[in-house]
Ligand binder design. Structure first.
Ligand code: SIN
Length: 300
């Protein structure tokens, strides 16, 4: 896929229709002027190209509901769900099984969504699947007064930031992305019997540490999430040491930007070229986000 955008010196599209406005030099752009009621194939190509170029795009000031979010996701690709088994069934999954509510809001004493209000460490969505998603679309319905920002890291830049000896060292190495435990080290449903003491023994798909983006052709560092990662063929101690070093470069502040949410914002990010994280926020402040993910391809 390649479309050429007509951009001025600031990277702003100069022709009519949708425009892309970079938020930082490193990552993130706003898209204005999209007519979501009358999307054309050209708009969709424009949108996909903007995500490719800026890794993360923001739609702000649009009127987007669940139907529109799902429609946009389906224009971009096939929607997919999470392979993680949940210990309860949520009402929201009945209309759109692919839609996930991320929220700390409680109704009748029960949280209405997942991931609640704690900090979420840097990660890439569903890297522990054999075929992880390409894009994620996250929309804010309620935002807290403080906290709850979502940070994004550019993983092309992370790879470029590695010292040459480290870049050389990871050539050809592959990382196992364990799928049995969550980011806090708690076993997921169905894996309660597994201890995470030996990360090399945990189940999960193996992906290259450096992946080639299938659309841009560029190489990016692909770390997934820190907890339980294991670099194949190394001693666990050596793998841990190397991962710590890679994670340092993977999250350099100069390669990141944090989104401060407004109600109605929708962020669309490319899981093949980014990681993201979330700040915690006060438990008594409501936050409600709806997320869908688009099917990707096996990393190579
Ligand atoms: C996520 O990690 O997909 C959720 C991010 C957020 O809640 O901001």
């Amino acid at each position: 896929m390649s479309t050429t955008l007509e951009l001025d010196d600031q990277g702003t599209r100069t022709t009519g229709g949708p425009q892309v406005h970079p938020i930082t030099d490193t990552i993130g752009a706003d898209i204005t002027g999209l007519d979501l009621e009358n999307l054309t194939p050209r708009d969709i190509r424009f949108f996909r190209q903007a995500v490719l170029d800026h890794c993360v795009v923001r739609l702000r000031g649009y009127s987007i509901d669940d139907d529109k979010q799902v429609e946009l996701g389906r224009y971009i690709g096939a929607l997919t769900g999470s392979s993680v088994r949940r210990d309860k069934e949520f009402d929201w999954s009945k209309k759109y099984p692919e839609l996930v509510v991320i929220s700390n809001i409680k109704e009748n004493g029960e949280t209405i969504g997942v991931l609640e209000n704690g900090e979420l460490n840097w990660h890439t969505d569903l890297a522990f699947d054999e075929v992880p998603p390409s894009l994620s679309l996250l929309r804010a319905l309620e935002v807290p007064e403080s906290g709850g920002n979502t940070g994004f890291a550019n993983m092309y830049k992370a790879l470029e930031s590695l010292p040459p000896r480290l870049r050389q060292r990871i050539t050809g190495l592959r990382l196992k992305h364990q799928r049995s435990h969550d980011a806090q080290g708690r076993p997921r449903v169905g894996f309660e019997h597994l201890s995470a003491d030996d990360v090399s023994a945990l189940p999960g798909p193996v992906h290259p540490l450096v992946r080639t983006h299938p659309d841009s052709g560029r190489e990016a560092l692909y770390l997934g999430r820190r907890f339980g990662g294991y670099i194949m063929g190394l001693d666990v101690a050596e793998s841990e040491e190397l991962l710590d070093e890679l994670w340092h470069y993977g999250t350099l502040p100069e390669n990141t930007w944090h989104q401060e949410w407004q109600v109605g914002d929708m962020m669309v990010w490319d899981n093949r070229s980014t990681m993201h994280r979330r700040d915690n926020f006060p438990a008594e402040q409501r936050r409600r986000m709806h997320r869908i993910v688009v099917l990707g391809s096996k990393p190579y």
